[in-house]
Design a protein around this ligand. Structure first.
Ligand code: SIN
Length: 188
């Protein structure tokens, strides 16, 4: 089941009055920056792990056959690597629409590779959202991804592009790479 979070996200006033805001991306926002940004650099956030536990009914699947896309789950001690973008607040209208199927803006500390950090925002789809599919084995996830397809294209392309982007950044993600391996085994 899908859920539209646009109205909730528009009420997020944490960075009201700021002319620039850092956004942390960990899924398609790493490799598909279809929005203007002032600056982009690799970064990480603490206490979260990337998991393909969120359903995609609008981009990489359909209502009848949802795909699986990345969200973050709380994981004390874990570090999630991704990409940070410095953006102007007007960009959030586009991002809220893109991330509308269950993702909520959350304020977080973003850590940069030079040791500095800034407060910013990340879109997270929590276990409470109606499109959350939850845990499954990496093999099951790969099978679902192999057959799902939505308006933004095959679900497989999302997973493979993310795996490649992480590799390009020299970052290892055991969960993502295991699903990628099962996808290759399945000939997808
Ligand atoms: C993100 O990439 O940060 C959020 C999830 C997605 O759009 O794939």
């Amino acid at each position: 089941m899908s859920l539209n979070t646009i109205a909730i996200n528009q009420q997020m006033d944490k960075f009201d009055g700021h002319q620039r805001v850092w956004l942390f991306g960990y899924g398609s926002l790493i490799y598909k920056a279809d929005f203007p940004f002032i600056e982009r650099c690799p970064a990480s956030i603490a206490g979260w792990s990337r998991r393909f536990w969120q359903g995609s009914h609008d981009h990489r699947g359909t209502e009848a056959a949802p795909g699986r896309v990345a969200t973050l789950v709380p994981d004390p001690g874990a570090v999630c690597h991704g990409m940070a973008y410095l953006i102007t607040p007007d960009v959030f209208a586009h991002l809220d629409h893109r991330e509308k199927n269950g993702y909520l803006r959350l304020a977080t500390d973003i850590h940069f590779d030079d040791g500095s950090s800034e407060q910013g925002l990340v879109y997270i789809a929590t276990a409470e959202n109606a499109a959350f599919l939850g845990e499954a084995s990496e093999q099951q996830i790969a099978l679902q991804i192999a057959s799902a397809h939505g308006p933004s294209g095959p679900n497989r392309d999302y997973l493979l592009a993310l795996a490649q982007a992480l590799r390009d950044m020299d970052r290892h993600d055991a969960h993502v790479f295991a699903i990628e391996a099962f996808l290759h085994d399945a000939g997808a």
